[in-house]
Design a protein. Structure first.
Length: 384
């Protein structure tokens, strides 16, 4: 019966069903968390919020996603779905364990590796060609496996690390899931498109309670699942390019273009994570040592609220995607260089504006312009 439903209606059913499950279940999760006192407690240093807030919103996202995907994705449309279920369940379990009792990074990375191994080596969902990036085309099997596993783990953690303020990770993921769902539908892969719209519904339902001031956080349960699924959808979209479809003729013109645009969809969390890791290493610290150098911290330090910061970063991601659409017919190396140069330009503007603002604050004396609060203080004003 599912196969007889028109594709457009099926995508709408996936989104709406997941949205309803998520939006109904999250208030119950908030209630249970309050009764059992399952909160994310502020530490007065790195964590921005000043109120105790439940961090189990990922449960609502997961059940909205997994339930509707299981109902609406037929094995004929997506033969690899069962492996994605297994890998997603592993990440769900380690995510909820970390949200409740806090796991060591090594245990989380091991689980992420196992999940990535399942989808790459068993389901054979891997990036098989770089389409000319760095002069590389078809990848040998083991290089493809290593590159795909590392990429999936990196993107998974990038979405986890960008989940630092109200609504940010969910909003960036909403944009990613929407665009990937449309692209996969256009490429004629209804199973993967349904997967994307199921994830989209779960995230949008969660955002109803996560937009500032947040009533609940997604926690690792949500961010790990979101990053993992979006990384898979990007790989599938590149592999699914179909030059015969109308979408390919009008929107994405080549497999190399699909790779460039897929990268641009991920670029804000990936760029932020890569930049922060490099900065920490250059300072002699561990790349995994928590600090306050993410893009959202910079924007908060300038006095923007959570909602304004989220809006700026989402618009930045849209602009980056626009650049990728404009440059997709260039050599992929040049197209990626254009994306990197544009992103660095935006970051450079932010960096020097923040530096000038903080310098002005330090030199302002009594009776002068009121000093701009740093990130923690700005967030406190927003949360209160």
């Amino acid at each position: 019966m599912i196969q007889q439903i028109p594709s457009e209606l099926l995508y709408l059913l996936c989104f709406v069903s997941s949205l309803i499950i998520s939006i109904i279940s999250i208030p119950q999760i908030i209630s249970v968390a309050a009764k059992k006192r399952l909160y994310d407690t502020p530490d007065g240093e790195r964590k921005i919020h000043l109120r105790v807030i439940p961090n189990l919103g990922g449960i609502g996202i997961f059940f909205g996603f997994i339930t509707t995907a299981s109902l609406f994705i037929s094995p004929e449309a997506f033969t690899k779905w069962n492996f994605i279920i297994a890998a997603s369940l592993l990440l769900f379990l380690v995510g909820i364990a970390d949200d409740l009792i806090s796991l060591s990074p090594s245990k989380k990375f091991l689980t992420q590796f196992i999940a990535a191994f399942i989808v790459v080596c068993i389901a054979d969902i891997r990036l098989k060609s770089l389409h000319g990036v760095l002069g590389l085309y078809e990848l040998r099997y083991w290089w493809s496996v290593v590159f795909s596993i590392v990429g999936i783990i990196f993107v998974t953690n990038a979405y986890n690390l960008i989940d630092g303020i109200d609504g940010l990770a969910g909003s960036i993921a909403t944009l990613s899931a929407l665009l990937l769902g449309i692209t996969l539908a256009g490429f004629g892969h209804p199973g993967a498109a349904c997967l994307s719209f199921c994830l989209l519904g779960g995230i949008v339902g969660f955002l109803r309670y996560n937009i500032s001031p947040a009533k609940i956080f997604m926690g690792d349960t949500g961010s790990l699942l979101i990053g993992f699924i979006i990384s898979l959808l990007c790989i599938i979209s590149v592999n699914s390019f179909n030059g015969l479809s109308t979408y390919s003729r009008l929107v994405i013109h080549s497999a190399g273009g699909a790779l460039v645009i897929g990268l641009s969809v991920l670029f804000v969390p990936v760029f932020d994570t890569f930049r922060v890791f490099i900065t920490r290493i250059m300072k002699g610290s561990s790349p995994f040592k928590a600090d306050r150098t993410h893009l959202h911290h910079y924007l908060l330090d300038m006095g923007f609220t959570h909602s304004q910061t989220v809006t700026i970063l989402v618009i930045s991601n849209i602009l980056i995607i626009t650049v990728s659409l404009i440059t997709q017919d260039f050599n992929p190396n040049i197209a990626i260089l254009c994306i990197v140069a544009f992103t660095l330009s935006l970051f450079g503007i932010l960096y020097f504006m923040r530096k000038a603002k903080l310098a002005k604050n330090r030199t302002s004396g009594p009776g002068k312009t009121k000093e701009l609060p740093l990130a923690k203080d700005a967030a406190a004003a927003n949360n209160d």
